[in-house]
Each structure stands twice: as C-alpha cells, then as structure tokens.
Design a protein around this ligand. Structure first.
Ligand code: DGL
Length: 262
C-alpha cells in the first residue's frame, strides 16, 4: 500500500474546495483527488430522487476507478440524503458534510441561529431532525439561498458579482428584535468561498460556522496515523464530470498556494 493514502473528495462543484483545503492542511501526506460533478450542478435545484439516482452510482464508478482509502462527500445537499445509501452500497469509509447545527447552537449567546444552505438542504428531514435534537433552546431559522452557490462559483472564477445579489441571498439570515441573530451556519460548502464578501455585507457581525476543519479532523482520525514516508505526497488532482478542463492556477492559488491541484 502507498505511504500516501488516497482520498476522494466529491462535490457538485467548486464548494468542496473549502473542505479539500482543510484536508490538505490536516493530512499533507494524503493523495487527494477532487471530483466536481459540474455536469449536474447545482444539486440544490434537483429533487431528492434525482440526487440519490445520480450520486450513488457515480460514487461507485469513482471508487472503482480510483480505489480511495476514504471518500469525503463535501456537499451538504448530497450528504443530507445519500450517506445511508452509500454506506449500504460500498465498503470504503465515508465522511459526509451536514449542517453544523449542534456547535452553532452551543456557541450562540443570543440563542438566535440561522442555517444558510441550498433550498434542498433546508427542506431535508435530516436537517429538521438536527434542529429537533440539537437546537439547545435556540431559535433556528432555515434560509435556502438558491443563487448563492452559482454566485460563489462565478466570483471564484473572477467574474463580476454584485454586492446586491449576495446581500439579497443572505438577508433572511439576520433577525432583529428582542435579540439578534449572532451565528450563521454555512450549510453549503460553496459559501465559505465568499467569506470576505459575506462578512463585509452582513448587516451586523455574526459568527459564521464553517464545518470544514471538523470534517478534516474526522478524515484524519479515520485514516489513522500517517505512515513515515520518504516521498512528498502528490499534488491534489482535480476533475470535472463534464470533462471540461481543470481550473487554472490563478483560481486555485488562493486556496492551496504551492499545493495547487494538478
Ligand atoms: N456545495 C453544495 C452543498 O454543500 C451545494 C451546491 C449545489 O447546489 O450544487 O450543499
């Protein structure tokens, strides 16, 4: 077995790069392969059956092709639906990405928390259950932002994305009254791509909860201690399911610096 454990990181698009970045930091010894299912993007606009029917066989094909030691589903819209199906179908360990409602509610001082996700994620039974089980007395507002994943991708590619378009998507997160919202959960991996803009456009400062570091820690834990190696891990690889060319270094450098995916 290679000294460099192979990890497959999967998302509908570029949002999972926010998770890959943390995995690369936590496990620089790993050989990461990133697959963006851009041919089916955005997942937030598909029905539950369509997502299950798309993701479960596609992950099976990728496992057969890449034989990863572990698979990270870096997408809330998919993870809130497909994890049980994936675990029942394939023996490789999986790490999913689901809304970080428990830590958000535990840390909120005003007891007002918003969960910002795709329209699919905020509708899921899975998300409703997380709120029932872990809201810890907080008032939790679910906000589906239908355009924010595409705006985040456009901004990452260097396209001009206006403040108004972003502000309109996040506005319902901010509730004011006897108390104000003080915590917003990134329940979509695309949204931390816009973190600087979100921070600047928020009507007042809030704590934005990005689950990526916790996902990276869980990934590292499941892999076990790194094997001593005489060779550097390969750069992460990057592939779109549409077959279009991988992203240029200009897009990826802010994430990975010298470790820009090949
Ligand atoms: N990055 C995905 C997530 O975490 C969703 C974006 C999409 O709609 O495809 O939910």
């Amino acid at each position: 077995m290679s000294d460099h454990p192979a990890i497959l990181v999967f998302d509908s698009g570029l949002g999972g790069l926010t998770v890959l970045r943390e995995i690369v930091k936590a496990r620089p010894d790993a050989a990461c392969a990133y697959v963006a299912d851009d041919a089916f993007f955005p997942y937030g606009h598909h029905t539950e059956d369509e997502i299950i029917g798309r993701v479960v066989p596609l992950i099976g094909e990728l496992i057969a092709l890449q034989t990863p030691r572990l698979v990270v589903i870096a997408c809330n819209t998919a993870s809130t639906l497909v994890m049980t199906h994936l675990r029942a179908s394939y023996t490789v360990p999986f790490v999913g990405t689901v809304p970080a409602i428990k830590p958000a509610c535990a840390s909120s001082k005003t007891k007002r928390v918003s969960v910002l996700g795709t329209k699919g994620t905020v509708k899921r039974e899975y998300t409703q259950r997380l709120i029932q089980d872990f809201s810890q007395g907080c008032e939790v507002t679910l906000v589906g932002a239908p355009n924010l994943p595409s705006l985040a991708e456009a901004a990452l590619r260097g396209e001009d994305v206006g403040d108004d378009a972003i502000a309109a998507e996040i506005a319902p997160c901010f509730l004011d009254g006897a108390t104000r919202t003080d915590t917003v959960v990134h329940a979509c991996t695309h949204f931390p791509l816009l973190q600087d803009r979100l921070t600047a456009l928020a009507p007042w400062p809030v704590n934005w909860i990005d689950p990526a570091p916790a996902i990276a820690r869980r990934t590292a834990e499941l892999l076990g201690p790194p094997a001593p190696s005489g060779t550097a891990a390969p750069r992460p690889s990057f592939r779109f399911t549409s077959g279009r060319p991988a992203l240029g270094n200009g897009v990826l450098a802010p994430f990975f610096g010298a470790q820009v995916p090949a």
